[in-house]
Design a protein around this ligand. Structure first.
Ligand SMILES: O=C(CO)[C@H](O)[C@H](O)COP(=O)(O)O
Length: 220
């Protein structure tokens, strides 16, 4: 069994103490920094862009997993790569030319992945899976942290894992939204590999210990 990965979402960090929170993740059992980019069009919220990612990269000692919740992400791939993205995931629903956009991400030197909203059928991935380092399944409606986890996600993970296995691929499945110590083991059992956790980590009394507990639960 491969090691299960924890990616704290910097959306829930304290932006007034960003360097402190970056160092906390550096010194924790986390594997990646999860970076949520929102444009106020694709999702009804605006988060941050290149200058903030650049500032995080300056101090981060772990890969940046950049989740683009923006329309036509192909307009900005090279810029996100330039400011330090290591993995870039784009929504299936946000671009007409998904195949071209994934190639563009790889040409820019990053690992490429696709994100699906909760109601987008998995079948749209069938022919694109070989191009994907990772598939991110949303387990909430994208746009805001702190929302309730949607139970339909378990079934979606199982079905996606089956699709990946049928094609003998090693594509990772990442889950984003409402991940906590209460559901992470069930998500692992369903077949997920990587877990974004925002409010559960940053709103806890001891984020370092919370990350440690998530990592242990996911890998036990
Ligand atoms: O993509 C996102 C929002 O669209 C965030 O990564 C997600 O909300 C994580 O936050 P939380 O763990 O608080 O649910």
């Amino acid at each position: 069994m491969s090691t299960k990965l924890i990616a704290p979402s910097m959306l829930a960090a304290d932006f007034g103490n960003l360097q402190r929170d970056v160092e906390m993740v550096n010194n924790s059992d986390a594997d990646w920094f999860h970076i949520d980019v929102m444009d106020g069009h694709f999702v009804p919220n605006i988060s941050y862009g290149m200058p903030v990612i650049s500032a995080i990269k300056k101090h981060a000692t772990k890969p940046l997993d950049v989740h683009l919740m923006i329309e036509k992400p192909e307009r900005y791939i090279e810029e996100f790569a330039k400011v330090g993205a290591d993995i870039i995931t784009v929504h299936y629903e946000s671009t007409v030319h998904l195949h071209r956009t994934l190639r563009q991400i790889k040409d820019a030197g990053c690992k490429a992945g696709v994100v699906l909203n909760i109601t987008t059928p998995l079948v749209v991935l069938e022919d694109i899976l070989p191009e994907c380092y990772m598939v991110l399944l949303m387990s909430i409606n994208p746009g805001f942290g702190g929302q309730k986890f949607e139970e339909v996600t378990y079934k979606r993970i199982k079905n996606l894992r089956k699709m990946i296995d049928e094609q003998s691929l090693d594509t990772r499945i990442e889950i984003d939204g409402g991940v906590t110590d209460q559901n992470i083991q069930k998500l692992v059992a369903a077949g997920a590999d990587a877990f974004v956790a925002g409010s559960h980590v940053f709103k806890s009394d001891n984020p370092t210990e919370t990350i440690k507990a998530l990592k242990e639960l996911a890998n036990s």
